[in-house]
Design a protein around this ligand. Structure first.
Ligand SMILES: Nc1nc2c(ncn2[C@@H]2O[C@H](COP(=O)(O)OP(=O)(O)OP(=O)(O)O)[C@@H](O)[C@H]2O)c(=O)[nH]1
Ligand SMILES: [Mg+2]
Length: 362
């Protein structure tokens, strides 16, 4: 199971600079047989401080973090939804990703050309979001006309769902998109989600914003009205690309001197993981300590299935303990003695930070 984040934004805002820095952190792909690496794709480890602590606890020989994929997408320009620039290819690329990371230029330094002639993050965000909304508008309108012509000939029994979908698109979705409203801000019920899901729309995908600022402005609060309710990560892409060249001791030294706990890149990875509603459970032992990705709400058998199909098919039960409880109890037998290791069945929802052992029989 691999999740991907598309890096989008206007041309020349620092997308590739950010992407290259990310790929310096590219994981040892031998551990991740599912991924084919293409030049604009990079698979990076999701930082997780719990793993090193558990590895020490279990005397593990290796640590295997979980990973997500970033895709560097060509810059978008005004009119992309009509095919301007690399419009169509760009939009096709975004359809494939699970979430969007929108890079917005706010750095003033250097003589880097801005496509609109001046640095104006709020206006840039608007341009991109309107392109995404208009691309969705086209998709939704096409689908609506298909539904309408189908309804003209449909038998009475089958038409109820189609009629409902057509009305929903016509009265709610299309007017919103015409006004440039992103669909992910909508409260949608299950039926409505189902209608939209098959359309593979862009503005329904979760999004984080990366504000590419000058290094001197890194600690300033973000005061951009349009981004008030959004997840915004200020970074300096150029600085991140320099940090990516350093070894881990040097990075720690830098973080301490700057008074921060994580590099901008790591924050992006962690936030991307969060907006995808992904969580990790952990397996730990002498061989390895390993994090596994699941969607929040996944039940124990399906979580087990992420490790191996047999674990799901032959699922019996899961032995579960929170990672911190395990560390605090000093040893596994001590945790067992205190009754902290629970036996959970098929309906148990695995939690973030659960350390699991699955019992199965095939
Ligand atoms: N001063 C400064 N320059 C930067 C920063 N980030 C990127 N740049 C420069 O801006 C230029 C464009 O950066 P890219 O990363 O290629 O931009 P892009 O968004 O990938 O551009 P397209 O692929 O054309 O859409 C390069 O010359 C970078 O060195 C930054 O944080 N500060
Ligand atoms: Mg680029």
């Amino acid at each position: 199971m691999s999740f991907s984040i598309g890096i989008v934004g206007l041309p020349n805002v620092g997308k590739s600079t950010l992407f290259k820095a990310l790929t310096k952190k590219q994981i040892d792909i031998a551990n991740y047989p599912f991924c084919t690496i293409e030049p604009n794709k990079g698979v990076v480890a999701v930082p997780d401080e719990r793993l090193s602590k558990l590895a020490e606890f279990s005397k593990s020989k290796k640590i295997v973090p979980t990973a997500i994929e970033f895709i560097d997408i060509a810059g978008i320009v005004k009119g992309a939804h009509k095919g301007e620039g690399l419009g169509n290819k760009f939009l096709a690329n975004i359809r494939e990703v699970d979430a969007i990371c929108q890079v917005v230029r706010d750095f003033k330094s250097g003589d880097i050309i801005h496509v609109a002639g001046k640095v104006d993050p709020a206006s840039d965000v608007e341009v991109i979001n309107i392109e995404l909304a208009f691309a969705d508008l086209e998709t939704a309108s096409k689908h609506l006309s298909k539904l309408k012509s189908k309804l003209k000939t449909a038998a009475l029994k089958t038409e109820k769902d189609d009629r409902k979908a057509a009305e929903f698109l016509e009265t709610k979705i299309i007017p919103a998109l015409e006004n440039g409203i992103l669909l992910r801000t909508f409260d949608l019920d299950e039926d409505e989600m189902k209608i939209l899901k098959q359309l593979n729309l862009l503005t329904i995908k979760p999004m984080i914003y990366v504000l590419n600022v000058d290094e001197s402005e890194l600690n300033k609060p973000v005061e951009i009205e349009i981004l008030k309710k959004e997840v915004v990560i200020p970074i300096c892409a150029q600085l991140e690309s320099e940090l990516a060249e350093l070894n881990s001791d040097e990075v720690i030294e830098y973080l301490e001197s700057a008074g921060i706990s994580m590099t901008g890149l790591d924050r992006i990875i962690v936030e991307a993981y969060k907006i995808l509603d992904l969580i990790s459970f952990i397996t730990t032992g002498e061989m390895e300590t390993k994090a596994w990705t699941i969607k929040r709400g996944t039940k124990a058998p399906q979580a087990a299935g992420v490790i191996h199909g047999d674990f799901e098919r032959g699922f019996i039960a899961a032995e579960v303990i929170n990672w911190k409880d395990l560390l605090d109890s000093g040893s596994e037998p001590a945790a067992k003695e205190k009754g902290l290791i629970r036996l959970e069945g098929k309906i148990y929802e695995v939690k973030d930070g659960d350390v699991c052992v699955f019992r199965f029989s095939v």
